[in-house]
Design a protein around this ligand. Structure first.
Ligand code: CO
Length: 212
């Protein structure tokens, strides 16, 4: 056994013991049913784990993460997570969280290719191309930041555009979709001012003013 896995097991034992000391029925309660408050759509980056940065208790967040926090409408994994979270768990909130310093967004700006990561990140390159007029005059660092924000906005729209979310809104389910950015330099979440709570809410904003 490597040192790392031994440490993980040790941390795990301490964590479990601490929770059982503080809330003896905690695991038993959670084992019966999960009732998360939100679906988190984030980047796989090791520095942006939603449990740590939101401080929400264990069992609060249903999570999907991938490189560049992309909700791809042709990705069965993303769709299945969204469907289960909305239709079965009935989460009242979906948060798309991008982060400054995202290697995925940086790679999308820097190069393209035919490896799996390159092909995946083409989805961010498309966003750049669609908004090139607002991005190309910026410095490289500014482009990186702005494209990170645009990517979150685009993914929020992709989620709202899905039949899963639209059907939920149509049947009157409480569901808000938000876009935020996490700053790895200070640990703070910054709202992007993009938040949709109904189909009409989203429809009005569709050709978005958020891409400024
Ligand atoms: Co990232």
């Amino acid at each position: 056994m490597s040192t790392t896995i031994r440490e993980i097991l040790k941390f795990n034992q301490e964590w479990s013991a601490q929770i059982q000391r503080e809330q003896p029925d905690f695991f038993e309660r959670l084992a019966k049913k999960q009732k998360p408050e939100l679906l988190w759509f984030g980047c796989s980056d090791s520095r942006v784990g939603p449990d740590q940065l939101t401080g929400l208790p264990h069992g609060s967040i249903f999570v999907h993460r991938n490189i560049g926090n992309i909700f791809a409408t042709n990705d069965l994994n993303s769709l299945a997570v969204l469907e289960y979270a909305v239709d079965e768990l009935k989460v009242p909130n979906i948060v798309v969280c991008g982060h400054y310093g995202c290697g995925g967004v940086h790679a999308a700006l820097e190069h393209s290719g035919i490896q799996p990561v390159d092909l995946w990140l083409d989805q961010i390159r498309f966003i750049y191309n669609r908004h090139a007029d607002k991005l190309e005059h910026l410095s490289k660092d500014e482009q990186w930041k702005r494209l990170t924000e645009y990517n979150v906005i685009a993914q929020v729209h992709n989620i709202c555009r899905s039949t899963i979310v639209r059907e939920a809104w149509k049947r009157g389910q409480t569901l808000a979709v938000h876009g935020v950015i996490y700053d790895i330099h200070d640990g703070l979440l910054k709202p992007l001012g993009i938040e949709f709570r109904s189909f009409d809410d989203w429809k009005e904003d569709r050709l978005s003013s958020h891409f400024s």
